[in-house]
Design a protein around this ligand. Sequence first.
Ligand SMILES: NC(=O)c1ccc[n+]([C@@H]2O[C@H](COP(=O)([O-])OP(=O)(O)OC[C@H]3O[C@@H](n4cnc5c(N)ncnc54)[C@H](O)[C@@H]3O)[C@@H](O)[C@H]2O)c1
Length: 370
Amino acid sequence: MKALVTGGAGFIGSHTVDRLLEEGYEVRVLDNLDPKVHPKGIPGYLAAEAELIKGDVRNKEDLRRALKGVDIVVHQAAYQDYLPDYSTFFHTNVVSTALIYEVIREDGLEVEKVLVASSQAVYGEGQYRCEEHGLVQPPARPQEQLERGDWEVRCPFCGRYMEPMLLGEEHANPSSPYGTSKYSQELAAIRLGRLLGIPTVALRYSITQGPRQSLYNQYSGICRIFTLRLLNGKPPIIYEDGKQTRDYVHVDDVVEANILVLRSEDANYEVFNVGSGRPTTVLEYAELLAKKLGEEVEPIIPGEYRVGDARHSVSDISKLSSLGWSPKKDLEDIFEDYIVWVEGLGDLGTYFEEADRRMREMKVIRKVST
Ligand SMILES: NC(=O)c1ccc[n+]([C@@H]2O[C@H](COP(=O)([O-])OP(=O)(O)OC[C@H]3O[C@@H](n4cnc5c(N)ncnc54)[C@H](O)[C@@H]3O)[C@@H](O)[C@H]2O)c1
């Protein structure tokens, strides 16, 4: 059996490559080695047994070469950022997905399964219960509200604060260009899969963490930024009030989910969350990480917010659990594995300052006006 992993030189992709090799697959990687993720070229962790095609998922001929003779496709390559080059999200994440099915049909390929990497970002501001209006999927919080430092989510109909709910797969309400592209990608994949009779699955990963997460990637978030600051002797900077909740999943659990849905016929044409199912506030996260690193520093909460951030994002994982999956690793494991990896890299420098500077320049980070 032969597998194609697009984005296989990346974080989740490379761990999936290793696991597929262990399972006895021949593995081909299609990756353009995006300099934002891989400024030093081919990452040293990429398995030598995997065949690497350096190419772009937006390029039909690159995809044609990569798809030749494969039985399964794991589509991990993506454009992930906070920056306003909207069309890049759709070219890289959606058009590439349509091209995969187009080439499969044109070349009469016998692909048995396609797995696309979606994201919790498809939920946008999330799902809430309003005392009066029941289930509400609100739009992103208005700027005027955030400028006042009023962080919790209000009902768009009556203005009451609402209770956050676990995010269920039956609803999607993306607000960012990235989230919108990921939702479009899911729709394209599952519908084109059905049209061609190619079993397809989309997995909505929560914040995935672990070794190999790029230190350069602006989007790779909280663990990278907080760890780098703490290891550089600086306190983590927390946006809003730190009580926003997130859900973190170890990359090993994500790889298990990938393998499970590739095998399971019950997963075909379905969308599943892959997360921890448990809320962790950003403040708790920062405190736990500082403790793990043995640093006694209080985080800074300067009254800033990041445009487009959701207030509460914790996925309901019962649908995937019903197929026999459950997360085996917790935050402690995430920190342990990530810290060992980052310390092993040695050249920590000031990557975090560069990411911060870029987001301020693009006005993605703003300060409350009071
Ligand atoms: N890491 C997370 O927390 C997370 C959460 C939700 C969803 N996801 C999704 O999981 C997938 C993998 O994410 P990751 O964290 O491993 O990202 P990553 O940036 O580490 O890896 C992505 C890989 O894709 C490659 N790539 C980017 N654009 C490409 C293009 N046009 N053509 C070919 N290759 C290209 C990059 O070079 C990189 O090797 C993505 O689809 C992402 O949207 C990730």
